[in-house]
Design a protein around this ligand. Structure first.
Ligand SMILES: [Zn+2]
Length: 302
C-alpha cells in the first residue's frame, strides 16, 4: 500500500526499484580479486591508459612451416602469431597478445628501444630469398614473392590487431626497419604499398613531389650527415657519424626495401633522398637537417 504522505506513482516506484537493482548489480560486479586472490574493487577506471602494444612488427621466417613451428615454439625466439604458407593459410597464435614475445631483439624506432615489450609480432612462413648464379664470385640474393593468399590472410589479422590496440599506422614496421643492423625481413617483395593503399600504413609518398625533389638532389646529392639525420627523423635508429659507413648502408637498404624495392643495395641516391624528404613532410632542409642525435643501440650480448 502506498504511503499517502509520499505519493509515489507506480512508474516512479518501478524506476526506483530498477535503480536500486542496478546499483546492487554494479556493486556485486566491481568487487573481485586479482588472479592471485587479493580482493580488489574495479568500480573506478582511469581515463589515462592505453594498450601496451604500441608497435606491430612483421617478419618472415626463412624456414618452412615445420621448421618455423619448431624454432618459434621450442627455441629462444617467438612471435605472437605465425601465418603459414598452407592453402588456405592458417594463423597460429603462439603467445597471448598481453604477453611479451621474443621477436625483435635489439630493436629501436623513434627513441623507443627494445620493442618486444611494446609490440605485437607476426611471423610469416616464407623462404626470404634464393641465391642466384655467381657473378664475380658473389651469388646475388633473389627475393621471392609472397603468395597473394598469404597476404590476403595477413591483412585482416593486421587490421584486427591495429584496431584493438589502436596502433598508429606509422608504427606498423618491418623487422629490418627496427633492427637494421642484422635484419631485413620482411624484405623487398613485401607489399607495403598495398597496406598503404588500404590505409593500414601511412600514405605513400606523392610521386610528383618525389620527382620534383629528385631533380634537385640529382644536381647535388645530400651528404651522409643529411641522410643520417633524415633517416633518424623518419624513425630509424641510425648513428650520426657523418660517414657512408656500414650501419648507414644497412638502414638505407631497409628503407629502400620498403619504399624503392627495385634497387635496395643501400647506396645513397637522389630518389632515395627525395623519398625521405617527402616522407618527412618538408620538415628537413634540402641539404642538412637539425634532428637530434639518436643514441646507439646496446651492443649485442656475448
Ligand atoms: Zn624477423
Amino acid at each position: 500500500m502506498t504511503d499517502p504522505t509520499h505519493p509515489l506513482t507506480r512508474r516512479q516506484a518501478l524506476a526506483g526499484a530498477a535503480g536500486l537493482a542496478l546499483l546492487a548489480g554494479g556493486c556485486s560486479t566491481t568487487v573481485t580479486t586479482t588472479e592471485g586472490g587479493v580482493p580488489i574493487d574495479t568500480r573506478y577506471s582511469a581515463k589515462g591508459q592505453d594498450s601496451r602494444a604500441m608497435f606491430l612488427v612483421l617478419h618472415y621466417t626463412v624456414a618452412d612451416l615445420r621448421q618455423s613451428i619448431h624454432i618459434l615454439t621450442q627455441q629462444e625466439v617467438s612471435a605472437h602469431y605465425l601465418l603459414t604458407d598452407e592453402t588456405p593459410p592458417r594463423i597460429y597464435r603462439l603467445v597471448p597478445e598481453h604477453r611479451r614475445a621474443w621477436h625483435s631483439g635489439l630493436s629501436g624506432w623513434k627513441g623507443h628501444r627494445l620493442l618486444n615489450a611494446s609490440s605485437i609480432g607476426i611471423e610469416i612462413v616464407h623462404p626470404g630469398f634464393k641465391l642466384g648464379p655467381a657473378v664475380n664470385g658473389v651469388r646475388e640474393r633473389i627475393y621471392l614473392p609472397f603468395p597473394p593468399a598469404q597476404i590476403d590472410a595477413l591483412i585482416p589479422l593486421v587490421q584486427d590487431i591495429v584496431q584493438r590496440h589502436q596502433i598508429r599506422p606509422d608504427r606498423i614496421l618491418g623487422h629490418g626497419e627496427v633492427t637494421p643492423a642484422y635484419k631485413e625481413d620482411p624484405g623487398p617483395t613485401f607489399p607495403w604499398r598495398r597496406l598503404s593503399a588500404l590505409g593500414i600504413t601511412p600514405p605513400w609518398p606523392d610521386a610528383a613531389r618525389v620527382a620534383a625533389q629528385q631533380l634537385l638532389f640529382e644536381l647535388q646529392l645530400p651528404d651522409p650527415a643529411w641522410f643520417q639525420a633524415a633517416l633518424a627523423q623518419h624513425g630509424y635508429a641510425v648513428e650520426r657519424t657523418g660517414l657512408w659507413d656500414e650501419q648507414t648502408r644497412r638502414v638505407l637498404m631497409n628503407f629502400q626495401m620498403r619504399y624503392r624495392p627495385a634497387d635496395h643495395r643501400g647506396q645513397p641516391d637522389a630518389e632515395t633522398g627525395a623519398l625521405l624528404q617527402v616522407l618527412s613532410g618538408g620538415a628537413l632542409p634540402a641539404t642538412m637537417a637539425p634532428a637530434p642525435a639518436v643514441p646507439p643501440l646496446l651492443p649485442p650480448p656475448p
